[in-house]
Ligand binder design. Sequence first.
Ligand SMILES: [Mg+2]
Length: 234
Amino acid sequence: MINPDYFILWDVDATLLTTGGIGGEVMRAAMEQVFGGTLPRERTFYSGKTDRQIILDAYPEISPEALPDYLDHFTAVYVAEFERRTPDLRARTRLLPGVAELLPLLHGRVAQAPLTGNIAPIAERKLAIAGLLDYLDFAAGAYGNDDHDRARLLPLAVQRATHFYGRNFAPEQVVIVGDTPNDIRCGKQSGARTVAVATGPYTLEELAAHAPDALLPDLHNHVAVLQAIFVSGQ
Ligand SMILES: [Mg+2]
């Protein structure tokens, strides 16, 4: 069933792993240190968005054009805060059901990389703590520092994959797996296949309203997951 011509793009938070809320605390602390204010706590304010989009939504006075000027400083503060909280992150990070077996199963048989709203140094650290970095081609992925619009990350990842693997992927050979309507939208805009998992803040019913190509409660049932990823027309 596994098709070696596919390129799978995995969302990170609430799709592959959970940090037990510590990741969100670190992001909020970094934003409050750099930009001030007190930020909302609701998960849906953050989930499915790029870090750049979260900043733009939290601080409307910052324009998308001006944001890149703040990114180096923000990244330095965010990484320092992440390092400071690393013992907590190590203690609280868990893989979501099925992930521990699924990524090694696909590794080496199919191209797979992260597509996440996390800025790259944070994505790399979270995946390292979770023990997943060895299974994903980090250089072929796209990250929250690349653009504020998640939908633009997919073409960027495909471009990086072309370079990294030395081959092209047609839109129908690209699969996005994620836990939010934004993940589904991101895949659809580029004509990719979309697989939604209800392991984040959105229920199966809420995700179904966005018409993903396949919908799963979690990644626990590998037969169902492989069908969702590789079998079209479900
Ligand atoms: Mg997510």
